[in-house]
Ligand binder design. Structure first.
Ligand code: SAH
Length: 401
């Protein structure tokens, strides 16, 4: 068994059960203690004086040089470890309120399985192996998932950019079962179709499930007439608003296939296309154009892509968030609702709140903050892994004065 010795003082985060070991924390570099370790191999992490800290998967090329599987010295990292970890993660989902047959079963570090994401869409599992460790144990993990869910179809979507940081090639395709990759899931009281082979991430943004539901409730309560869904992807918020009784929804996304599917999802739920406008366009430009044309809305969703993957990008991202929020607040009718989000790990909830406040000041608009939103509970956060908190949202209701 290879071991990885840390520099003095670098054991602190592991003692707090944070699962990452950065390359800079390691005392024995390649050619030292790690001479023989292969990618994904389980290594013993120890402090500068040899104290056991954790069993971790070794990633020779990544800045995150090792990811901890277990902090228990007696734990053996073998098939039974992954069987138990998958079972625990799946069991936890039964504790959460999830009104959908599309849900995240395993959420990486937050479920004690770094580098592994598993989503279930109806009868199909989709898995993403994004670290050398999860890659090495792929076979065992796939077997465990199929057995524990009783499903027969599992599609691999190991095409996330982070794979290249690990020195791993992209890998996609069926690992079990076969057939169409087009799937219809039922979420709350609407249906949404997706393609697990070509959709974003593993096919869909499951993490916004609770916010789509909330939006539908607001649509009903506030009797939305004109709605604007920015960064609509396949129209989740669009369908939710229509279900809530919104008269008309404009959806904007710069991805042609996404906006086409948004139109298909509107039809799938039995709504007439005349109640929607689908724009394959850039949100920044569209918002400015609406302002110029004097168009206003009763409700707006801003759910942009990750502007700041890490805190390093936070400043530029903050300007971008502020700009779209300022424009949205100006386009909103008094008494209207803005559902605004950031899925940037590099922007904290507190900073996001400040950015939106700044946007309000610039727009000359005050607003009630009626909700603080986070990711759906099947994308859990844990005490020991604060990086798990990435999605945050605010619901604002624009004051009339
Ligand atoms: N709200 C969606 C998820 C949005 S994901 C849901 O509930 O499913 C972010 C989306 O923003 C992606 O679909 C991406 O194609 C789109 N996008 C990224 N940059 C954009 C831009 N400048 N203008 C319009 N859409 C953009």
């Amino acid at each position: 068994m290879n071991s990885l010795r840390l520099k003095p003082g670098k054991e602190k985060s592991l003692l707090r059960r944070h699962p990452w070991v950065f390359d800079g924390a390691i005392a024995t570099g390649e050619g030292g203690g790690m001479g023989g370790a292969e990618a994904g191999e389980t290594v013993r992490i120890e402090s500068h004086d040899g104290q056991f800290l954790g069993w971790a998967a070794y990633s020779p090329q990544s800045k995150i040089r090792a990811r901890v599987w277990s902090f228990d010295e007696a734990q053996c990292i073998d098939a039974s470890f992954f069987i138990a970890a998958c079972a625990e993660s799946i069991r936890a989902r039964s504790l959460f309120d999830i009104q959908s047959d599309g849900l995240r079963l395993i959420h990486g570090e937050s479920d004690g399985l770094p580098g592994l994401v598993v989503d279930r869409y109806g009868d199909t599992l989709v898995a993403q192996f994004s670290s050398c460790g999860s890659e090495r144990f792929k076979g065992v993990i796939v077997d465990a998932l199929l057995k524990q869910t009783g499903l027969t179809r599992l599609y691999e979507r190991s095409d996330a950019g982070v794979r290249s940081l690990e020195g791993l090639p992209e890998a996609t395709g069926w690992l079990a079962g076969s057939g169409s990759t087009d799937i219809i899931l039922t979420e709350h009281d609407w249906k949404l179709s997706l393609d697990v082979a070509s959709g974003h991430k593993t096919g869909f943004y499951l993490d916004q499930r609770d916010s789509r539901h909330k939006f539908s409730q607001y649509a009903r309560r506030m009797a939305f007439k004109r709605v604007l869904n920015c960064y609509s992807y396949t129209g989740g918020f669009t369908v939710a608003a229509l279900k809530g009784g919104a008269a008309h929804v404009t959806s904007i996304d710069s991805s042609g296939p996404a906006i086409e599917r948004a139109a298909a999802n509107v039809a799938l739920n039995g709504f007439d296309a005349s109640r929607t406008t689908m724009m394959d366009a850039d949100v920044n430009a569209a918002l400015r154009q609406f302002l110029k044309d004097g168009v206003t809305f009763d409700a707006i969703v801003l759910d942009p892509p990750k502007f700041a993957p890490t805190a390093f990008h936070a400043e530029r991202a903050a300007r971008a968030y502020k700009d779209i929020n300022r424009l949205a607040l100006m386009l909103l009718e008094p008494g209207g609702a803005l559902f605004t989000y950031s899925c940037s790990g590099g922007i904290s909830a507190d900073l996001f709140h400040k950015i939106v406040a700044g946007a309000g000041l610039d727009a000359g608009v005050d607003a009630y903050i009626t909700e603080r939103m986070g990711g759906a509970p099947d994308h859990p956060m844990t005490v020991t892994f604060p990086e798990g908190e990435y999605l945050k949202g605010l619901v604002l209701v624009k004051m009339r004065a």
